[in-house]
Design a protein around this ligand. Structure first.
Ligand code: SAH
Ligand code: F3S
Length: 555
């Protein structure tokens, strides 16, 4: 039998990338690859990259730079850069990092296994990019091999072991399911429509089948994914017409065994009353929305090409809250966009005060080559001023979040127990030989604790175990588990993290066996980003018999 080849995989960026990594890994697993945490000895290194901000790209350069000078790196190692940065900056990457063997854009990901096989056979560089950014300042509708790309999602490996072998933010009982690819909005600051291509909607039955199979394999929470998820509309004028509202209802009603259904990210302009109504009426759809506003000034929104006014955004929030009074809403804001005056910025702060977001991801504007804003609008807010606005906004959001959390003191909420808390993971990591030092925060550039969510966010992080890595066939990290528990003093009690249906993060003590269960937790402490609690009751036990490593549960 051929010896197993090893793959080191790092994921940066959004939930979409976390899912792409999982699917790419499953496809490579079929070619005999197994995960390793050791970058220097891996036969294949895959970096799944993000281009949304400059800072995210710098990290990739630094990673590749470290790899090039790593004395212990094996000779015939294959290095693949996949994701948005391959698409956006392929030429630059190859010029500065000649040891890169494979470039594969996010809309070509189904070709990755073939590219790897080609490089193995020929040792020649292999590239699959859509070329959207290269040929155009005006957006093009590039043809994509839709059916091939579809196969990447629909051929997903089911079974907890395959799922949990993926280094990702989620616990092993949660999964993403793509409903829409790409984006047609062309917000002037954003590179995504160029790197991920035009919007395409997956057939509803395929989505339902995937969710059902995940549920049958022990997944208790599914997050439907799309750049503008609520813009989903399959076959709008044809016989299979299915709107976003209809899809939500279908998934909810046809997979009753799934306890929790979420979706991200919503676009403010596309929310129909019907979709909100379905949400309100469906008990297993989480009452949580992520709806980026980006700015509270109509002048800035116009320059951003967002297609709505602040008033329209505010009325959406009011409509949604009228239907779902306990709805939790998260936002995204950009500060220091081209031409943003102090007055514009103050209007953004006002919008935060109005919306009372559960949390808000705040970004300093970062010009992206190839976008309309970079081509036509000056990046005229000095960095120091962007920083000041960023900090002011963070401080305001922290106050808003804290006030909401304090109101929850002494109340009881049901959480899905996701895994070890950040602190417990850190403790566990420091007790193990580390394979990788790299960590990322939810927002790429800002501190998770200051900006987004304390325990987890929209970001994958690399594998953290070393000796006890599971394979795609599953495995058991017994050694890691013992080390962590024995150091913890109390038998089998660790600090756990759970999440409410409103996406609120609660940290509490409990047994590892609770991971994957639902439990009621009484809130006993509050900070702006985290709640502290104690378990009062287990409401639904985790599915038994998942022989997978606890060390791969990332947060
Ligand atoms: N709809 C997508 C948006 C992807 S980009 C999704 O939520 O998955 C995620 C966020 O990054 C955006 O909402 C925006 O707030 C921020 N962003 C995008 N381009 C940016 C840029 N050039 N500079 C700063 N922030 C940016
Ligand atoms: Fe980007 Fe706007 Fe689409 S932020 S992903 S172009 S909705």
């Amino acid at each position: 039998m051929k010896p197993k080849r090893t793959i080191y995989l790092e994921t940066m960026g959004c939930q979409m990338n976390a899912l792409d990594s999982e699917l790419a890994l499953a496809a490579l697993g079929q070619q005999g690859y197994v995960l390793t945490p050791a970058i220097e000895s891996a036969d294949l290194v895959v970096l799944n990259t993000c281009s949304v901000r400059h800072h995210a790209e710098e990290k990739v350069y630094s990673r590749l730079g470290q790899l090039r000078t790593n004395q212990k790196r094996v000779d015939d190692q294959i290095v693949a850069v996949i994701g948005c940065m391959a698409e956006r900056d392929g030429d630059g990457l190859l010029e500065k990092m000649p040891h890169v063997d494979i470039l594969c854009g996010p809309s070509e990901l189904n070709r990755l296994p073939g590219l790897v096989a080609d490089v193995e056979a020929t040792r020649e560089r292999a590239i699959a990019l859509s070329g959207r950014l290269r040929d155009s300042t005006t957006p093009q509708q590039t043809k994509i091999a839709h059916d091939d790309l579809e196969s990447l999602d629909s051929d997903r490996s089911f079974g907890l072991s395959a799922h949990a072998a993926m280094p990702k933010v989620f616990g092993r009982h949660q999964a993403y399911v793509r409903i829409t690819r790409g984006c047609n909005k062309f917000c002037t600051f954003c590179v995504v429509p160029y790197t991920r291509g035009p919007e395409q909607h997956r057939p509803p039955q395929q989505i339902v089948d995937e969710v059902r199979r995940l549920a049958a394999n022990g997944i208790v929470e599914v997050t439907l994914l799309g750049q503008t998820v609520n813009h989903y509309h399959f076959d709008p004028s044809g016989p299979e017409d299915c709107s976003f509202a209809a899809l939500l209802r279908k998934v909810h009603d046809e997979v009753p065994e799934l306890p929790r259904l979420r979706f991200v990210t919503s676009y403010p302009r596309d929310f129909t009353d019907e979709a909100l109504q379905v949400m309100a009426e469906s008990p297993r759809i989480c009452k949580y929305l992520h709806i980026p506003a980006q700015s509270g000034s109509n002048t800035v929104l116009k320059r951003m090409n967002r297609g709505y006014t602040v008033e329209e955004y505010m009325s959406l929030i009011e409509r949604a809250r009228a239907l779902m009074p306990d709805l939790a809403i998260a936002g995204d804001m950009i500060v220091g966009f081209s031409g943003e005056t102090e007055e514009d910025f103050q209007k953004s702060l006002d919008l935060l005060r109005f919306c009372k977001y559960k949390n808000c991801f705040i970004f300093k504007y970062s010009p992206r080559p190839g976008t309309h804003a970079d081509n036509r609008m000056p990046d005229d807010i000095p960095e120091i001023e962007k920083k000041r606005r960023n900090n002011d906004m963070l401080a305001l959001q922290a106050e808003i979040s804290l006030a909401q959390h304090q109101r929850l003191l002494d109340s009881t909420s049901e959480v899905l127990v996701e895994g070890l808390s950040k602190a417990a993971l850190k403790r566990q990591e420091s007790e193990q030989e580390r394979g990788s030092e790299w960590r990322e925060t939810p927002n790429g550039e800002a501190d998770a604790d200051a900006n987004g969510q304390a325990e987890s966010g929209a970001m994958s992080k690399p594998e953290n175990a070393s000796g006890a890595m599971p394979t795609l066939q599953g495995g058991h990290a017994g050694a890691a588990r013992d080390a962590s528990d024995s150091n913890n003093g109390k038998e089998n009690t660790v600090q756990l993290v759970g999440r409410t249906e409103h996406d609120r993060i609660v940290v509490f003590d409990g047994s590892r066996d609770l991971i994957g269960s639902f439990a009621n937790v009484r809130i006993i402490g509050a900070t702006p980003h985290t709640l502290h609690g104690e378990i009062t009751e287990v409401t639904r036990e985790a599915a038994k018999g998942a022989g997978v490593s606890l060390t791969v549960l990332g947060h």
